[in-house]
Structure formats: structure tokens, C-alpha cells
Design a protein around this ligand. Structure first.
Ligand code: HEC
Length: 112
């Protein structure tokens, strides 16, 4: 029973991410919102330090996310705890952190 619930949750999460990468209107809106969070809302903006083609970002202080292709969990962890030169983003809400994480994973293809 527990296992079934876990599987259902994983399947649901996969659908959300797959939806982001495909083209439904709702998914496109989520991608646009993610891009805005990435470029503007996060302070300092992720784009200052990272390259991410989808966001038009060409920062070179941190690793290129296009090459790293981190999954959502890895992005989320980096934002919550900080890593090396990257600060923790304590000014973002939980929902914003999850949205950026899903956006980066979908934009780089890691979600597929
Ligand atoms: C001040 C520059 C800076 C900003 C702003 C910044 N990062 Fe980073 N980021 C880095 C650096 C440098 C690293 C590499 C750290 C290391 O491995 O020592 C990194 C690493 C990462 C990683 C890889 C983590 C891992 O597990 O290897 C991800 C994912 C990431 N950043 C996402 C983001 C996102 C999303 C944002 C915006 C919310 C952001 N970064 C903002 C500098 C930055």
C-alpha cells in the first residue's frame, strides 16, 4: 500500500515535469514563470552566475546548467543550502524554489 502511494507520487511528479517540457499552455506558462524567477526574482539572479540557454543567461561564475543538466532535486538542494561560491536563497519561498528547480530541470532536459 505504501509502495503503491510512493509510485503514484513519483508518476505524478514525472507527469508534471514531462508536461513542463512538452507544450501545453499551462506548461508554457510555468516555463515562463520559471524563467522570470531565474532571471529576475532570485537575488542575486541565477543568470548572473550561470549559463542557461532557455533563459538567455550567459553567466560564467558557476557551472553551465546546460552542460550539468541537474535534476530538480539537485537544483533545489543547491538553492536551499548554497554550494561553494553560491549563496543559499533564503529569500525565496518554498513554492518559488520548487518552481525554479522544475524549470531548470525541464529547460536542460534533465526531466525527461
Ligand atoms: C553568486 C553566483 C551564483 C548565483 C547567484 C547562483 N549560483 Fe548556482 N552555483 C554557483 C557556483 C560557483 C556553483 C558551483 C559550486 C561548487 O561546486 O563549488 C554553483 C552550483 C550550482 C548548481 C550545481 C549544484 C551541484 O550539486 O553541483 C546548481 C544546480 C545551481 N548552482 C543552480 C543555481 C540556481 C537555480 C540559482 C538561482 C536561484 C543559482 N544557482 C544562483 C554560483 C552561483
Amino acid at each position: 500500500m505504501k509502495l503503491i502511494t510512493k509510485r503514484a507520487a513519483a508518476a505524478a511528479a514525472w507527469c508534471v515535469l514531462a508536461g513542463l517540457a512538452s507544450g501545453s499552455a499551462q506548461a508554457q506558462a510555468a516555463m515562463e514563470e520559471g524563467k522570470k524567477l531565474f532571471n529576475q526574482t532570485a537575488v542575486p539572479a541565477c543568470a548572473v552566475c550561470h549559463t542557461l540557454k532557455h533563459a538567455g543567461a550567459a553567466g560564467e561564475i558557476g557551472p553551465s546548467l546546460d552542460e550539468l543538466k541537474p535534476d530538480a532535486a539537485r537544483v533545489e538542494k543547491a538553492m536551499r543550502t548554497g554550494i561553494g561560491q553560491m549563496p543559499a536563497f533564503t529569500n525565496l519561498s518554498d513554492a518559488q524554489i520548487r518552481q525554479i528547480a522544475a524549470y531548470v530541470a525541464a529547460a536542460t532536459g534533465a526531466a525527461k
